[in-house]
Write a protein that binds this ligand. Structure first.
Ligand code: SF4
Ligand code: SF4
Length: 324
């Protein structure tokens, strides 16, 4: 797979600095029951990297000391990590909100029969990828049978109360374009999703987040293979809005890999651009337990236009919505 970093690092991006951190995003490993073409962590069933118990304890200590208000757990399929439930339970006990980046088919994996009830009982917010409301598009991007499995997952969550107004059980979906284009307006697409998923499958959810595809990892390699990398970067750069710089997610969160090393965001993690602090090449979360790293520069390059193009994009969808 060709790497886009040698091209991205030559592209200038406006300097930005970290604000106060309120969110800790952790990647607990790359094992996943799916192998989607757009996956920016190249996750799949054969990956063995997994966050250890020791690192999970450092995560919990960091949440306590820095009064982190949201723990955002990603993977792979985060629920496959042996310490997932301990992390959720302890973080909730400390008063943090917990967000699970759930792939919707995980509920059918052996050993996950009670996962839905566990998530409900701990009021875990679910953020689930659903790149289209049409079966063919989902199966092409995420694998044959994934659409039907995802609908079954959504129905299971709905039956537990997720996605219904007034339950406090939040179920948000995530859309990303199939190819090298910017996502459409979030509100309009959300209305379309609600209409089609409701009418055809009886499924309800709270919000739809639209994300821009990042020109890295599998998607970056596909752009290079199709000769579309320059064109896509031009599209992102021409759509860049300075106003989005204030809201990019790296200003208020940091991202931790399965070993406990820290990055400015999930994308920098995938590019292996560690967070820079105190002159270290690589910073472990344990090194930041008592550190003040607000105001420090964030490592930016060409891929960052994926966050500031058009309506903007972050782990919470379009930036205007994510800021609310
Ligand atoms: S479900 Fe998510 S983590 Fe798993 S392969 Fe697909 S995009 Fe990657
Ligand atoms: S990719 Fe986005 S979130 Fe990551 S450093 Fe660049 S602007 Fe920040």
């Amino acid at each position: 797979m060709r790497d886009t970093w040698p091209l991205l690092e030559q592209i200038a991006f406006p300097p930005i600095r970290r604000g106060r951190i309120d969110t800790l995003q952790i990647n607990v490993g790359y094992r996943c029951n799916q192998s989607c073409t757009h996956c920016h962590v190249n996750a799949g069933p054969n990956r063995t990297e997994e966050m250890s118990k020791e690192v999970a304890e450092v995560v919990l200590a960091f949440i306590e000391r820095h009064r982190i208000s949201t723990l955002d757990i990603t993977g792979g399929a985060p629920e496959l990590n042996a310490h997932f439930r301990r992390l959720v339970t302890a973080a909730r006990h400390m008063g943090a909100k917990v967000m699970d980046r759930c792939n919707l088919t995980i509920f059918e994996v052996p050993g996950q029969d009670d996962l839905g009830e566990f998530l409900r009982d701990h009021q875990v917010k679910i953020v689930a990828s659903m790149p289209c409301y049409l079966q063919d598009n989902v199966d092409r991007q995420r694998g044959k049978g994934v659409f039907d499995g995802s609908i079954r997952g959504l129905r299971l969550l709905n039956a537990l109360g997720y996605g219904h107004d007034g339950t406090g059980l939040i179920l948000n979906l995530v859309y990303n374009p199939q190819g090298p284009s910017l996502p459409p307006a979030q509100d309009q697409l959300e209305a379309d999703y609600k209409r089609v998923l409701g009418a055809r499958y009886g499924v309800v959810f709270n919000r739809l987040y639209t994300l821009t595809n990042m020109p890295i990892q599998r998607f970056g390699a596909i752009l290079l293979a199709h000769g579309e990398f320059d064109q896509y970067l031009d599209l992102l750069q021409h759509a860049h809005l300075d106003a989005n710089l204030d809201e990019v997610m790296c200003r208020r969160m940091i991202s931790v890999d399965w070993r406990g090393y820290v990055y400015d965001c999930d994308f920098n993690q995938m590019l292996d651009l560690p967070l820079q602090h105190a002159g270290r090449d690589r910073t472990h979360l344990a090194d930041l337990l008592d550190a003040d790293f607000e105001g420090e520069p964030i490592r930016v390059a060409g891929h960052c236009y994926g966050c500031t193009a058009g309506q903007g994009s972050s782990c919470g969808g379009a930036l205007k919505e994510a800021a609310e």
